[in-house]
Design a binder for this molecule. Structure first.
Ligand SMILES: C[S@@+](CC[C@H](N)C(=O)[O-])C[C@H]1O[C@@H](n2cnc3c(N)ncnc32)[C@H](O)[C@@H]1O
Length: 206
């Protein structure tokens, strides 16, 4: 139900709308030759930037659950003649890539949509090489959202109903294997009457 609402929302999203909450690619410090994955890549803006930064010896994957987003991302890659990129239609809870195959993972304002955030971070951990890193921008709250909001597919699709508390989020990261987190930036704002925190942070696989 919630997944259908998410796909509906992003399929109908206007081309000119801004979908980002962070903008984190500069924090990832990508180098030529690296392999990188963008989770919930949307129209692929940051995936294509990543592909350019890692160059012809590197590779970028963009993954999104909404086929329309992947279609637009692929069109952009074709227009820019960017070849070292593949876009995948998939849920980020089960990612069709091999263990320890990536140097870096990024995700911008997408993981909040997924109910099982531990599954997502376990996938990130599985995919990263030893010493690999992720940089994520995501939303969280200081106080719990009411359960009717958490269970409302429209609220989850609208980038606030799926937010969990900062403390819960930190527990998710630890249980997936990321025990040292560095926060790069944070912004507080009110959405639909609820106080939200948008945070950009990094974790590393030891
Ligand atoms: C707010 S948009 C962000 C898009 C892009 N990262 C950006 O910053 O412009 C969230 C994206 O996450 C995708 N998404 C939501 N749930 C997902 C899931 N379970 N697996 C993969 N992608 C998902 C949506 O389809 C949407 O494209």
């Amino acid at each position: 139900m919630t997944v259908l609402e998410i796909v509906r929302r992003y399929t109908e999203e206007d081309e000119s709308s801004n979908l980002s909450c962070g903008g984190n690619i500069s924090f990832l410090d990508l180098h030529p030759g690296e392999k990188v994955l963008d989770l919930g890549c949307g129209r692929g803006e940051e995936t294509l930037q990543a592909a350019t930064l890692v160059g012809g010896d590197g590779f970028a994957w963009g993954l999104d659950i909404t086929p329309k987003m992947i279609e637009r991302a692929q069109q952009r890659a074709n227009q820019g003649s960017i070849k070292n990129v593949v876009f995948l239609i998939s849920s980020m809870e089960k990612i069709p890539l091999e263990d320890a195959s990536l140097d870096a993972v990024l995700s911008n304002c997408a993981i909040n949509h997924v109910e099982d955030k531990v599954a997502v971070y376990r996938e990130i951990y599985r995919l990263l090489k030893s010493g690999g890193r992720f940089v994520v921008s995501d939303i969280m709250t200081e106080t719990p959202l009411p359960s009717e909001i958490k269970q409302d597919p429209e609220a989850v699709a609208a980038c606030f109903g799926g937010a969990i508390m900062v403390k819960e989020y930190e527990e998710v990261l630890v249980s997936a294997g990321f025990d040292r987190i560095e926060i790069f930036k944070e912004r507080r704002y009110v959405k639909n009457g609820y106080e939200m925190i948008s945070r950009t942070f990094q974790g590393k696989k030891r």
